[in-house]
Design a protein around this ligand. Sequence first.
Ligand SMILES: [Zn+2]
Length: 397
Amino acid sequence: MQNHFIIEMLGIKDKHVDVWDMTSEPDKFYVELYTKVKTQKCPFCKEKTKRVHSYRNQQIQGPIVSNKPVKISLRKRRYLCVNCRHTFYEKLQMVDRYQRCTSSVQTTALTYTGVGSFTTAAQLTGMSSNRLLRIFDRRDIKTKKVLPRAIAIDEFKGDAGGERFQTVIADIEHKEIIDVLPDRKVDTIKRYLKSCDTSNVEIVVMDLSRSFKQAVQKALGDPLIIADRFHFMRQVYWALDSVRREVQHDLEKNERIRMKRSKKLLWKSQYKLTDEQKEKVNQLLQIHPRLKEAYELKNKLDQWFKESDKITATQGFEECLSAMKASNIEAFHKVMKTFKRWRQEILQSFMYPFNNGYIEGVNNTIKVAKRMSYGIKDFKRLKKKILWRQEVRRALA
Ligand SMILES: [Zn+2]
């Protein structure tokens, strides 16, 4: 192989590093590198010197090439400063002084970490997971402290740092995660918001969480709070589902299984059902009048949700509330109470166009990041992994 090709393959940018020898062994490539003499600036007195003092061989891990790891032996020079008599190692870009792999392998491993798990990234680059974690932990990812006009606050179950839930702050209009907080407590969120410049914040989208609302009102005064559409509609599906489960409980085995498998079918918007599915739904609804009642309430809410605009939303909302109130189903009474409590925030969601698409996008980002970070118990690492994924994806986009 040509020397310059090897240098390129190893991602080495130092002009004075060259190949002494390269051998292909059954389980690895072995590359010996040396450096040419180059004038050095003494790190102690800044004088220039070319006087070589001694050599040292440093063993470095290179990339994986054709499924074989590249082991590098680098003969490094130690220089002597003729002015102050200090000795020092030459400076090289290809490897940090205390590292055992080349900078380009580190970069590759970190990039893989942005799209996959630590374990996979380590395997692909032939690095041990522990070493990769050490490199990752040393990196610092800056978060913005000036918050944008529209933010979303959402929780997710990250199970890190001894807290089940973590909170994500996202920029709605720029579709990015701004920060990740260690828990979902009022104080934590309030303290976070107070630590930022929030003078631009006008709109906050959140789920129906009292602690989010409290924190926002305490820290930001009176921004426009919008209930996240997915979060409030989810309550309706859950209410329907609780009735389905209750009915299912008393069924014979075969019917019970059929009912259990129909969860998603019952959730589906009525107008999206095929004829065959409609028939199936009808059969299910005949099993119990309560299920039929719950299903009809769900449809009413679903229709209101999907077909209302800022003019018709309020009227439809009142109708939905009355329908839920008139029903005999406790689960829907609860939904009604929640909806009443969040009336203003829910209705706001029809007035402003940011909601579904983006919030869902952020939720998916978090979901994927969460899946990739599964088992990361350390909160700082979890947070960094989520933000790092975003950075890598942006760079690759
Ligand atoms: Zn010196």
